[in-house]
Design a protein around this ligand. Structure first.
Ligand code: EPU
Length: 336
């Protein structure tokens, strides 16, 4: 279904009221092909939007937005230790996590309550509490927007990295994901190593899939603002990755700085901590501000424009750079 001149307010979790010239809601693979056969496919630029939980519009969008709405969750293969489950790109991510937990399939319970859709989970390689979805994605089914061919990307071909994949880089705007296949465990070995997660789970009793899910939801609700009440896009910045030497120098000067292992050669530094040290936590500039309970989150107090939010983020980047010599990178995608 093609809609002309639509407000984007309910298509971005900052709640910004920009407009798009066109929006196409796509419910099936055949609707992708219909779109590609139509004159609308010649309109550019083109943007694919999931739940809009990682986007910052700063202008009206003079182009076409595709909104994948493919639904359905099913078990594709039932093997002795695991299942391969698939979900349509438009399924809400947390509905899928809930389905997995209810059916006793483990792996993604730490990723409960993350906003977004199935399609975005693969584009973005979502992560939380010591887990990343890349470790559970078996393959991704997508259609080329150039020639309508279906392509299956295996896990390696997706080129997953920290909050990134091939779909955000080389193939950006070139494929539309229609379905994602996940490998879920029947006998889950839980990962409660992050922070005080284990303690939180034990408040509900035994360590079970549903207790882990509930604990994660409790922790997230305490720290992260609900976009239905306060516009935001989760973490605004990535945690910066620095080499080990830099992290040691930083640790020497600031013994409290939280750093985590990224890979053999590098460490991740807590961006929230860096921002907080610069005095930004809870600070507000007109209608945009840094969330009072978590300084990695920029919130819209109601009437901020995309440009206000972008400007605040630039000031934050500058002050972190001046104090620590580290340039924060935005995780949120700015749409010009
Ligand atoms: N911290 C501060 N000040 C704050 C908040 C946190 O100093 O205001 C410190 C904490 O004390 C802790 C460290 O920063 O030592 C890490 O904080 P937290 O556990 O909240 O995680 P994070 O690194 O800020 C990342 C993800 C989140 C994810 C959490 C939990 C990124 C960019 N963000 O945040 O993901 O939920 O870990 O695993 O990797 C998202 O991507 O949108 C997102 C919310």
């Amino acid at each position: 279904m093609i809609i002309h001149n639509i407000s984007l307010k309910s298509y971005n979790t900052f709640g910004l009221d920009y407009r798009s010239d066109y929006l196409v809601r796509i419910k099936s693979e055949s609707e992708v092909l219909q779109f590609l056969d139509s004159d609308f496919s010649r309109i550019s630029p083109l943007l694919i939007v999931g739940a809009g939980s990682n986007l910052l519009f700063i202008n009206n969008y003079h182009g076409i937005i595709l909104k994948p709405e493919m639904s359905g969750i099913s078990v594709e293969e039932d093997l002795s230790d695991y299942v391969i489950a698939s979900a349509g790109a438009g399924v809400i991510w947390d509905d899928f996590v809930k389905w997995a937990v209810t059916n006793g399939f483990g792996g993604i319970e730490n990723l409960s309550w993350i906003p977004g859709t199935i399609g975005a989970s693969a584009v973005q390689n979502i992560g939380a509490y010591g887990e990343e979805v890349k470790d559970y994605i078996e393959k991704v089914r997508a259609i080329s927007l150039e020639n309508g061919m279906i392509k299956i990307f295996n896990n390696t071909e997706c080129q997953f990295g920290y909050r990134t994949s091939i779909f955000k880089n080389e193939l950006k705007g070139k494929f539309i994901i229609t379905k994602v296949f996940y490998r879920l465990q029947k006998n889950r070995k839980f990962n409660l190593s992050y922070g005080r997660l284990e303690e939180e789970v034990k408040k509900s009793g035994e360590i079970t899939l549903s207790n882990v899910r509930e604990a994660v939801i409790r922790v997230r609700k305490q720290k992260l603002p609900d976009p239905n009440y306060l516009g935001n896009a989760g973490s605004f910045f990535r945690n910066p990755v620095v080499d080990i030497k830099t992290s040691e120098i930083l640790k020497k000067e600031y013994p409290d700085v939280p750093v985590y292992r990224h890979d053999e050669k590098s460490m991740k530094v807590s961006a929230a901590w860096l921002i907080e040290q610069c005095g930004w936590k809870g600070k507000r500039i007109d209608n945009a501000g840094v969330y009072e309970k978590h300084s990695l989150i920029i919130v819209n107090y109601g009437n901020a424009t995309g440009k206000d939010i972008l400007e605040l983020s630039t000031i934050i980047q500058k002050s972190v750079f001046e104090k620590f010599g580290i340039m924060l990178e935005r995780e949120v995608e700015v749409i010009e």
